[in-house]
Design a protein around this ligand. Structure first.
Ligand code: SF4
Length: 334
């Protein structure tokens, strides 16, 4: 993983850059390592230090984050970088308490940075560690109710010697050996003390409280291009879903969509295909309406962005899916 230091460096006492650990941990929230790797490399190449990131334009950061999801993280990333520069002289605090005072840094992220980047004996508990603890101690209480018990178990195991290495090792054990479906107990360094291996319960653990099925919401996105090639786009409000991201004007997303009007009068065409997307709490079916806007169009919402400036990669995934479906409609419209 590009945010890690090599074992040789760690043996010489060289710890990873807190900026890298912080950024990787924010990106890894709800997101896989495979999805994060390229984003991490792009961000750190474009903004090599926290001061560079703090000085970035909001729109550039949101654009670079597009496609990674959970966009509140990108807004918090900027807020936090600016707080590190203005309140801490460009250096990340090196204690759990100091880190917890930064915007968007919760207990898990603070513990991960304190432990991995500053070798503090803090307990880092992610989903992988929860699974390992549930199995090691054969705990059958379902998640999320089991979290305090699993965290307490993990805390008791956290060593004072090389706690950063330990934190990464136990997370990696969960990610690679103690996997959800096929734990490789035969090569596990904890096979002797592991209660679940002894009792044959490993693949049943951790138990989880069944989730409620996700509701489906619907909405309409209006995709319009002016005859000079400019696209009608809007910057979504900072608060709420996809906050601060670029998107197509549209209706609310709800199980019953309230009446609403298109951003300008035109012969809007409804595409036969809908953009389908799943968010954390709901599925979305987005109906797409398309129109070519004449010169002089004055939309009620959004504004026209030059076709040369528009990068589809700046759109969050659901807006990108809508764009991909709509593109063909505009071929030859200039
Ligand atoms: Fe997981 Fe098996 Fe190791 Fe227990 S012995 S911690 S179940 S991999």
């Amino acid at each position: 993983m590009p945010w890690r230091t090599s074992p040789a460096d760690r043996a010489r006492g060289i710890l990873p850059d807190p900026y890298h650990i912080w950024m990787s941990e924010v990106m890894l929230q709800q997101t896989t390592v495979a999805a994060v790797r390229d984003y991490f490399l792009r961000f750190t190449a474009r903004w090599p230090t926290v001061a560079d990131l703090a000085a970035a334009e909001d729109g550039d950061v949101m654009g670079e984050w597009a496609g990674l999801g959970y966009y509140a993280r990108a807004r918090n990333l900027l807020k936090c970088a600016r707080a590190v520069v203005t309140d801490h002289g460009g250096q990340f605090p090196d204690t759990l308490e100091g880190l917890l005072g930064l915007p968007g840094v919760g207990p898990y992220t603070a513990a991960a940075i304190a432990s991995i980047a500053f070798d503090r004996a803090e307990t880092v508990v992610d989903g992988n560690v929860e699974r390992v603890m549930a199995r090691l101690y054969d705990i059958h209480t379902p998640l999320p109710g089991a979290k305090p018990e699993l965290t307490a178990r993990a805390a008791r195991l956290t060593p004072t010697q090389r706690p950063g290495d330990y934190a990464q090792a136990v997370m990696d054990l969960g990610a690679t050996i103690c996997s959800p479906r096929n734990p490789a107990c035969g090569i596990c360094p904890w096979q002797t003390p592991c209660a679940a291996r002894r009792l044959g319960t490993a693949t049943e653990l951790p138990k989880k409280t069944p989730k409620k099925p996700k509701p489906t919401r619907t909405g309409i996105a209006y995709i319009a291009r002016r005859s000079d090639g400019d696209w009608l786009l809007e910057r979504r409000p900072d608060r709420g879903l996809l906050g601060g991201m670029l998107g197509w004007p549209g209706s609310e997303w709800a199980e019953q969509v309230p009446p609403h009007a298109a951003p300008f009068d035109a012969d809007w065409v409804t595409l036969p295909a809908q953009a389908l997307h799943t968010f954390t709490h709901f599925h979305l079916r987005l109906t797409i309406q398309v129109a070519v806007a004449p010169q002089g169009t004055n939309p009620t919402t959004g504004s026209f962005l030059s076709g040369d400036m528009f990068r589809p990669s700046d759109l969050p995934t659901v807006m990108r899916k809508a764009f991909d479906l709509a593109q063909d409609h505009f071929v030859g419209s200039r």
